[in-house]
Design a protein around this ligand. Structure first.
Ligand SMILES: Nc1ncnc2c1ncn2[C@@H]1O[C@H](COP(=O)(O)OP(=O)(O)O)[C@@H](O)[C@H]1O
Ligand SMILES: [Mg+2]
Length: 390
């Protein structure tokens, strides 16, 4: 029998009920009001672990902005080098959108010129413009910061004149290359100084804090940092109950408490666990006994999917590092504890640490302590049979 399931586990899957993000949404609405009044506003970055709901939140914020006729584009940064071509395409799309407005006609040509210089110089594979050799020489630039700043200020000016604010949504910002991030911050800063209505709403893993701070001192003033974490018990309860409400199904208090205790309020885990329970249980009241029956399936699904794909991206040395981390007993842990468990010097394992941070598996918490970017990853490692690293 086909049974539609109202839970939506999976990266970027919009839940039927977005729990507990009301105040974040409200705060961003204030910024939208500013930008719609042609006032430059701060940008926002949402930072948190995998599966806490950054992507779905920024997608919701984009929907809200679109309704207010803010020009929006979504960019997902990937490890391969494509940020420049994406930002160029988004800027071009903006120009297309306002191209019929007489009052910005001359600004559009200027903006296209700036985008050409960006693409020709920093996105050599991009086939957006076909240019003669002579033109190529004319547009060739060596300075990414300057070129991207030209793009932002020219589209910013166009946005200002057209009274059509721009908001770019950038997901997985931690994958941006250092020079790209530096250029983006500088470009945004300049268009902000000039009073143009351009903003960015970004999302990324915790190491983004440091990346932004390392890049430019003024990034702290340019961005509002918002930490996104797991749901409080009240919020988690809504995430559990609301999706089945329309189907006239409910959970007992005890069942809800149990799900919250097991998932620790992590949004992805709630969706995953409730999906499994809902699939298997008939009847209109889900009980604690029902929940108990499917705990094993829940861990199984996480172990063979969510956790495993991340684990398998690691080399043997990286896996040993991970086991040594878990063997510290408590997380976050220090690099010297890990080195001790691996029977190595700290200096000998610092490249592995850097690789794992780059892959987005671990992140520096504070004072050199490390933790996993995926919640409950240590539990998964403990469940693995081959618990050895010596
Ligand atoms: N506020 C929320 N309420 C209910 N479910 C949520 C919420 N935020 C995220 N989810 C669910 O959690 C999962 C992960 O969301 P996602 O946005 O991909 O996380 P992230 O981008 O932080 O890794 C998805 O299945 C989504 O439906
Ligand atoms: Mg995401």
């Amino acid at each position: 029998m086909f049974k539609p399931n109202p839970y939506r586990p999976g990266a970027g899957m919009m839940p039927l009920y977005l729990a507990g993000r009301e105040s974040d949404i409200y705060d961003v609405e204030q910024l939208y009001a500013g930008i719609l009044a042609n006032i430059p506003v701060q940008s926002v970055v949402f930072i948190g672990l995998r599966g806490v709901g950054k992507t779905v939140l920024i997608n919701q914020l984009q929907r809200n902005a679109e309704k207010k006729s803010i020009f929006c584009r979504h960019i997902e940064v990937e490890t391969r080098n494509d940020f420049i071509s994406q930002i160029a395409a988004c800027s071009q799309a903006f120009l297309r959108e306002v191209s019929t407005l007489e009052k910005v006609r001359s600004l559009i040509d200027k903006s296209i010129d700036c985008i050409k210089a960006l693409v020709v110089s920093f996105d050599p594979k991009g086939g957006t413009f076909s240019l003669s050799m002579k033109e190529k020489e004319l547009y060739q630039s060596v300075n990414l910061t300057q070129t991207l700043t030209d793009v932002f200020t020219s589209i910013g000016e166009t946005a200002y004149e057209a009274e059509r604010p721009i908001c770019f949504f950038i997901d997985e910002m931690q994958y941006m290359k250092s020079e790209e991030l530096g250029a983006l911050i500088a470009a945004l800063h300049r268009s902000n100084q000039l009073g143009y209505p351009v903003m960015i709403i970004g999302a990324g893993l915790p190491r983004l804090y440091k990346m932004l701070a390392d890049e430019k001192t003024y990034s702290e003033r340019l961005f509002i940092y918002k930490e996104i974490s797991s749901l409080t018990p009240e919020q988690a309860e809504k995430a559990i109950r609301m999706p089945v409400k329309k189907l006239d199904i409910d959970y007992t208090e005890e069942a809800v408490s149990k799900i919250i205790a097991i998932t620790k309020g992590y949004p992805f885990f709630i969706q995953q666990f409730c999906e499994i329970i809902y699939n298997n249980v008939d009847g209109d009241m889900i009980t604690a006994d029902d929940v108990d029956l499917y705990i094993h399936d829940f861990y199984n699904v996480l172990d063979t999917g969510f956790f495993k794909v991340r684990y398998e991206r690691c080399s043997d040395m990286e896996k040993r590092f991970i086991f040594a981390m878990v063997d510290c007993g408590q997380l976050p842990c220090t690099i010297s504890q890990i080195a001790h468990n691996m029977k190595k010097d700290v200096s000998a394992i610092s490249t592995i640490r850097a690789q794992l941070i780059n892959k987005g598996i671990i992140y520096p918490v504070r004072h050199g302590e490390l933790d996993f970017t995926v919640p409950e990853f240590d539990g998964f490692i403990r469940r693995l049979e081959d618990f050895k690293y010596q």
